[in-house]
Ligand binder design. Structure first.
Ligand code: FE
Length: 205
């Protein structure tokens, strides 16, 4: 199976913001869609291992910020490739908040939705949250980023390999983890951040 086929599904890319008590967090996801218009509802699938999923389960509230084409890979990395359990992602940021005090993106987002969970289903790797849209704002006139744009234009390209040199390991470009060995298995995923072989670069002797 060529899982790259799934890169062609036409998703958006979103920052999901949430809070429970005084704990706030946000992560990046592509798995969000509007599912009904009366009542007005969205479905958002969030990885169960993510701190964001834990907080949404507690509070039943989240925001969806629709990222636009100006978003940098550093922003994606900040929200997407580290865990709110290890770092306070919002500590040095002043993000706007909706009427419920839930943070949303203050830059590189063209619109936002405030969402209140009405149902949820555990699907294994993710929990699917069905939520009512309680507020919505247009934030800019920039074009929304699609998941294909992210794969083709925002995410760093796979590293070129210098065949003259001896490879002794592979380093994850996302989190820095180093796999020791000359050949990275094709179906490998990083034990720290879960990213696949395309996100590894060779370490030479
Ligand atoms: Fe990694």
């Amino acid at each position: 199976m060529d899982k790259k086929a799934l890169y062609n599904l036409s998703y958006g890319v979103f920052m999901v913001g949430t809070k429970s008590g005084d704990r706030k967090n946000g992560c990046i996801t592509n798995t969000c869609i509007q599912v009904t218009n009366d009542p007005l509802r969205v479905a958002a699938a969030v990885i169960n291992a993510n701190y964001t999923a834990e907080l949404i389960k507690e509070s039943g509230m989240f925001t969806l910020s629709m990222l636009d084409k100006t978003v940098s890979f550093d922003t994606i990395k900040h929200f997407g490739f580290q865990s709110g359990r290890d770092v306070d992602k919002l500590a040095n940021l002043t993000l706007p908040e909706d009427d419920n005090g839930i943070p949303y993106m203050g830059w590189s987002a063209c619109a936002m939705l405030s969402c209140k969970v009405v149902d949820s289903m555990d699907l294994g790797s993710h929990t699917l949250f069905i939520a009512e849209i309680t507020d919505a704002k247009v934030l800019s006139d920039k074009a929304p980023l699609t998941y294909a744009d992210y794969q083709n234009e925002v995410k760093p390209k796979p590293a070129k390999v210098d065949s003259e040199k001896k490879i002794v390991g592979w380093k994850c470009k996302i989190c820095g983890y180093v796999y020791e060995g000359s050949e990275l298995p094709k179906d490998y995923s990083c034990p720290i951040c879960g990213h696949g072989p395309d996100d590894f670069e060779p370490v030479y002797a």
